[in-house]
Design a protein around this ligand. Structure first.
Ligand SMILES: Cc1ncc(COP(=O)(O)O)c(C=O)c1O
Length: 452
């Protein structure tokens, strides 16, 4: 075949491929629209989820594009999402990982790396709330550190800064905060305590993407922070995902290494010329023996990388995240003004005056003297198809695994115990419309009528 014929054939094939791609994309949109039209909310019959992924054909198309290209490992989309996420949050750098739990693990492990000159050592103490998500504690314990649990405030669900200061000993090196359900911690006094006592701060920002404290986004105060993209959270990367945010570039190589098997090479897991973006792949030696830098290990790492399809979905979700957050705040306010009428039964959530929470959910704590208990109330709601969840681990020291872990408690955990016994949350996620909220409030009203 001569060159001209060959080129013509290639361009015909290209056109055919583009036509097919357009058809696939159009069909995805049509499919999505039909699916959407079928999902009608029927009060009492449809489940009112506490959370869920909100997406449309654009996410499906972006993920399909990656599949059609045939590059599945983290690549161009991953690098772009990392850049966009860091810009959105206002942090120096983001690394995608496969979950929020992995992000917590990498963040704490990074502080343990010998490559960080002022690294922590096994046995050092970490002050953290007792009312928490369990994998926060896993990260601390797996790194050989000792969790020091302190209580939280019943309204903000976060620790009081004075309690943090009281828990400091000579061994304390780190404060690991959780912005519970999106509610920012009181960052000014906490950062001052950290500075005065030469402590690091890591923020678990998994519930709080878009929350601000004095106009600054949570996740940018600590040396590192963790984000989750599980569908319950503010945006999702195809069902699982997370990110580690760096506010100190000394962790650039360390975090990447921990995410990618612990290897020394930083050329990236991404596509393109992986054979040495650094240009020095074959210039390294171990014990004087030349060795491929891609196969030199500098950390005891993990493989916690997500895949390219996830990054593609995340990029579309991030363009919508501000709208999602507005809807979360709107739904939260509707529930807050409803529950205010019944404050004699409930302790309601409260934000710090200087903060603007990007709420994850609506927490409710039943007062000690209320004429009903949490079990009766949540059973009633679940039967009415309104999903409820306890506030994660409640008082984590009561969880079975903590019987096998060394930890310290500073002060009483009276509020964490109350939360364990009396707190739960319901949804505010952007998939909930006014009809859902009206159904939720009228259902609660029916329950409360028995007691008024
Ligand atoms: C505060 C907090 N930290 C960490 C996690 C863990 O995130 P993932 O489920 O992505 O592992 C969660 C999950 O919901 C969370 O709420």
């Amino acid at each position: 075949m001569n060159m001209l014929k060959f080129l013509h054939k290639v361009s015909m094939k290209k056109d055919k491929k583009e036509l097919l791609r357009d058809k696939i994309f159009l069909n995805l949109q049509k499919y999505f629209e039909i699916q959407q039209s079928e999902s009608v909310f029927i009060p009492g019959k449809s489940t009112v989820q506490y959370a869920g992924a909100v997406y449309d054909h654009k996410e499906l198309q972006a993920m399909t594009e990656v599949m059609l290209k045939g590059w599945f490992g983290l690549g161009e989309q991953g690098e772009l999402l990392e850049k966009e996420l860091a810009e959105y949050l206002g942090s120096k750098k983001a690394f995608l990982v496969n979950s929020g739990s992995s992000a917590d693990l990498v963040a704490v492990s990074a502080l343990m790396s010998y490559q960080f000159p002022e690294h922590l050592n096994p046995g050092d103490e970490v002050i953290t709330p007792a009312c928490t998500f369990p994998t926060v504690v896993s990260a601390i314990v797996h790194c050989g550190l000792v969790p020091v649990f302190i209580d939280v405030d019943l309204e903000t669900l976060n620790p009081i800064p004075e309690d943090i200061e009281k828990a400091i000993t000579k061994k304390t090196k780190l404060i690991l905060l959780v912005h519970t359900l999106g509610n920012p911690n009181d960052m000014d006094p906490i950062m001052k305590i950290a500075k005065d006592h030469n402590l690091y701060v890591i923020e678990d920002n998994c519930d709080a993407l878009g929350s601000t404290y004095k106009g600054k986004k949570t996740g940018t105060f600590g040396i590192l922070s963790a984000e989750s993209f599980y569908p319950a959270h503010h945006m999702t990367t195809a069902g699982e995902g997370g990110a580690v945010f760096l506010n100190d570039m000394r962790f650039l190589r360390i975090v990447q290494s921990l995410r990618e098997w612990g290897r020394a090479c930083w050329c990236g897991a991404s596509g393109g010329d992986v054979n040495g973006v650094c240009g020095v792949r074959f210039n390294y030696k171990i014990d004087g023996i030349p060795y491929d830098h891609k196969y030199i290990w500098s950390n005891l790492g993990y493989n916690l990388k997500p895949i390219e399809i996830q990054a593609a979905m995340g990029r579309v979700q991030l363009t919508k995240v501000e709208r999602f957050i507005e809807k979360r705040k709107y739904n939260f306010q509707k529930l807050q003004s409803f529950f205010k009428k019944y404050e004699k039964y409930f302790v309601l959530p409260k934000a710090m005056p200087a903060s603007d929470p990007s709420w994850f959910a609506y927490p409710i704590t039943i007062r000690d003297d209320a004429p009903f208990d949490r079990f009766t109330f949540t059973q009633y709601l679940e039967e009415a198809k309104i999903q409820t969840r306890p506030l994660f681990a409640g008082n984590i020291t009561r969880q079975p695994i903590l019987k096998h872990v060394s930890y310290i408690v500073k002060g009483s955990l009276v509020n964490s115990d109350r939360i364990f016994l009396r707190t739960f949350f319901i949804g505010v996620y952007p998939g909930l419309t006014d009809s859902h909220i009206e159904y939720m409030t009228s259902t609660v009203e029916k329950f409360l009528k028995k007691y008024v």
